[in-house]
Design a protein around this ligand. Structure first.
Ligand code: BDR
Ligand code: CA
Length: 314
């Protein structure tokens, strides 16, 4: 598999942190050109601190650029109930790394345009930065390989019955991205609700003698308090799904279909209306929407990679 250039656009966020760890564990397949942050699960200050904190914890030099402070049109509403008041489940990460840039959109543009190979964007937070990038620098389009999005759903939402958090947090930005005609893969709740870890896995992580797995375990223990877990036995690690697709696409089934983001003021605001009518063949001009995942292999690969990091970052 050819090494893929990626930029992860995130709002860490507990599952974002696990996804970042997973990406770092796969540096033989992913060339992590940078991390950009966006207000979502917490304020831009907190999520940027968490990205810097994770790289400090790993003592890893990945360029980090701070992005949008809030959605295009609305006030920002954090998800403290799920990710805690600092966004990392109250875990205290160290702080030794400095911000590379305070302009995520410029950073993405410069990085994409100066790379010889095309770049894959992996947005796992609200789509504010990506929308601004596409609108401000449309020339990036031809150098974007793929946008692997964690967001949306073909069926049920989480923050409302109709909407998934990342899309609901900035529907206008999501509309711009989904309407852009760029190649998109959507990891929505319909699959991410099956991509995660069991309570027992998190207990094992917490007991681990490895520093990375123990940190993930402690954060995920906090995450387990949220009402998004299934009867306390299983928690989705939503954001890792968008990374996993890049490394192990064979775990998934998908269909191309139009995805329309609801920007109305109604109860359906933030819904991703996916045209799942099976009798229509849309070809590949519409987003690739993941529809099924091999849940057991996902869990096994994710766990193995987290434990692998303990060896690399002692
Ligand atoms: C998404 O919302 C956030 O809380 C998570 O980090 C994930 O990106 C799931 O709906
Ligand atoms: Ca996220």
């Amino acid at each position: 598999m050819k090494k893929r250039n990626i930029i992860i656009d995130c709002d860490p966020g507990i599952d974002d942190i696990v996804a970042l760890c997973f990406a770092v564990a796969n540096e033989d397949k992913l060339n992590l050109l940078g991390i950009t942050t966006v207000a979502g699960n917490q304020t831009i200050e907190n999520v940027t601190n968490n990205a810097l904190g994770l790289m400090s914890f790993l003592n890893k030099d990945i360029r980090i650029a701070r992005g949008a402070k809030g959605p295009l049109l609305r006030e920002k509403k954090p998800a403290s109930n799920i990710h805690g008041s600092n966004g990392a489940g109250d875990y205290q990460l160290p702080h030794t790394k400095e911000l590379y840039s305070n302009n995520a959109v410029m950073f993405m543009r410069d990085t994409i345009m100066s790379s010889e190979e095309k770049t894959t964007l992996v947005p796992v937070g609200p789509l504010t930065n990506i929308a601004l990038l596409i609108k401000t620098f449309p020339e990036v389009a031809e150098k974007i390989e793929l946008i692997s999005i964690m967001g949306g759903s073909t069926d049920v939402g989480n923050v409302t019955p109709a909407a998934e958090f990342n899309i609901w947090a900035d529907p206008e930005a999501a509309r711009i991205v989904f309407d852009s005609k760029l190649p998109i893969v959507m990891s929505g709740l319909n699959v991410t609700h099956s991509t995660g870890l069991f309570r027992k896995d998190v207990d094992d992580l917490m007991k681990s003698s490895g520093k990375v797995t123990r940190m993930c375990g402690e954060m995920l223990n906090f995450y387990f308090r949220g009402d998004h877990v299934k009867k306390g036995t299983f928690t989705p690690i939503h954001d890792a799904c968008a990374i996993m697709f890049l490394i192990h696409p064979e775990l998934y089934k998908y269909r191309h279909m139009p995805v329309t983001v609801d920007c109305s003021e109604e109860l359906s605001r933030g819904n991703t209306l996916c045209d799942t009518r099976e009798w229509i063949d849309y070809g590949d001009m519409y987003p690739k929407v993941l529809t099924e995942v091999d849940m057991e292999k996902f869990r096994e690969i994710l766990l193995n990679n987290l434990y692998k990091l303990d060896e690399l970052y002692k």
